[in-house]
Design a protein around this ligand. Sequence first.
Ligand code: GDP
Ligand code: GDP
Length: 434
Amino acid sequence: MSAIVAIVGRPNVGKSTFFNRLIQRREAIVDAISGVTRDRHYGKSDWNGKEFSLIDTGGYVLGSDDIFEKEIDKQVELAIDEADAIIFMVDVESGVTGMDEDVAKLLRRVDKPVFLAINKVDNPQRAADAVEFYSLGLGEYYTLSSINGSGTGELLDALVKILPETVAEESELPRFAVVGRPNAGKSSFINALIGEERYIVTDIAGTTRDSIDTKFNRFGFEFNLVDTAGIRRKAKVKEDLEFYSVMRSVRAIEHCDVCILLLDATRGFDGQVQNIFWLAQRNHKGIVILVNKWDLIEDKETNTIKKYTEKIKESMQPFTDVPILFISVLTKQRIYKAIETAVEVYQNRSKKVVTRKLNDIMLPIIEHNSPPAYKGKYVKIKFCTQLPTPYPQFAFFCNLPQYVRDPYKRFLENKLREHFDFNGVPVSIFMRKK
Ligand code: GDP
Ligand code: GDP
């Protein structure tokens, strides 16, 4: 779980330019491998060895100009709620604007770290113009140029200094997050799980903010539900904008072991759901897909579920080894099965394969299908081992790790999935030099 940093500010100050500068290096590689269209406003970055999630809130501004200002205020408020630190970006070319002052007013009341980033300081002359931003009452500021990169290092140094250390994942109980688009039926599902309040065992206080985990004992399973407080709070904010659901999902996903991704059967596995799926996958979380409101699908034939499943799996490529259940919260159909499956995925995710057993199975397979020669060189894989990480990662030791291409790594992953159940769990494969 890494800290969440939100970039706020009015349009055109350079938020997405800055965001891309920080994210690109890593994401480009990931995209090439997975072929997944990613959410261009959320990504992972790292500086001085500290990893954090970065959200470009401006990327989610929708709608006409007159609701603009109100939207920005709402986004800032949500960023304040959900992020661990905030980068407030302004533009030295335009100087202080009324909208900047409005945002600053909100930020002055916050007790979270706020970094005032004065962008477009492309040359030293412009650094002098930056002093007027003291008037925002936010104290020290950082001048930078998102285009040429100058000054960004100083900002990042200061930022990562205050971020909490990446917390090692450890909890005795599975942590489930119920995520999905607005109206998918998340609250109804949670209410069905909660049943009556007596199933709630305790509220566990979060470390940096109000409670994020609520402990449940239901259907004979004990688990923590992540961020139910946020979901209950929902009554206050109408989550009709993509931004809200993404922001909420990011936080819930970062904190959970298994994402229970709910979708509305009548709407399907659309772009926004795919984004959430991608978020979960990128964060190495277990995933269970629940196609909810199955009661609304009429004329179901023997093949309906099969066809629906195939269609979803097409959009999930290449990570398709994920349980997909067809449920109805309304009629309580397969609710128990859903939780049972989430528990299984949790167990798959914490599974440790003994090295000897792993090699007994994998080495003969590799012998029969060794990596194809690359540039006339032969790769010899000698042994493999599961890494001691909270989620499954495997290292294959060989003479020429750089020559093993992605298709072969996928082959290895598929074989691992065939022999050891990793249903619902992203698996990483690394080639290491030996
Ligand atoms: P956003 O709306 O806040 O995300 O802003 P964008 O990142 O889309 O940038 C708005 C405009 O400012 C674009 O034309 C960028 O090329 C430009 N821009 C961004 N950063 C800089 C910078 O550091 N210097 C200069 N001169 N222009 C910049
Ligand atoms: P959320 O925004 O994801 O929390 O969704 P809600 O739980 O508020 O549900 C949105 C709407 O879908 C409500 O009107 C629910 O009654 C309805 N709904 C939820 N689950 C089902 C279901 O299984 N079948 C049907 N027909 N409606 C459902």
